[in-house]
Design a protein around this ligand. Structure first.
Ligand SMILES: [Zn+2]
Ligand SMILES: [Zn+2]
Length: 134
């Protein structure tokens, strides 16, 4: 524990072992929900992080230096793939779907419209569906 009463280990984010860029900590529940069953064994009790570099093929990694490629998880990571990619994992909305509302059908001109028409960002399951857990 440090002075703030938080666990010290939670404030230390190791860089991605593959590209060396800083990642973000991911709730272990998220990792367990999305990682392929065959890989689940490896993330049993570990802290997991997600690589945030669009060009790096590493998805999750651990403090111990294990890492998994993008194929190890069951959904595409939106910032690492080419369009169409999921924008909202809870409601299964892709960037294409939003674009269609905005520029093709021209029925949506605001975030509220998009939420109302597609349900994007109205889900509550990000923790187990979105690879970042947010
Ligand atoms: Zn990386
Ligand atoms: Zn619309």
């Amino acid at each position: 524990m440090n002075a703030n009463g938080k666990m010290d280990t939670f404030s230390i984010i190791p860089p991605c072992p593959n590209c060396n860029n800083p990642g973000q900590q991911v709730n272990i529940k998220t990792v367990r929900s999305l990682i392929n069953e065959a890989m689940a064994y490896y993330v049993a009790e570990l802290q997991c992080f997600i690589c945030m570099s669009p060009d790096c093929r590493t998805s999750y990694y651990t403090k111990e230096g294990s890492y998994f490629d993008n194929d190890a998880i069951t959904v595409p990571i939106w910032f690492k793939e080419q369009s169409p990619v999921p924008i909202c994992y809870c409601k299964n909305i892709r960037d294409e779907d939003i674009l269609e509302h905005v520029s093709k059908r021209k029925c949506c001109t605001s975030i509220e419209d998009i939420q109302n028409h597609t349900g994007a960002n109205t889900g509550k399951e990000c923790l187990t569906r979105n690879p970042t857990g947010k």
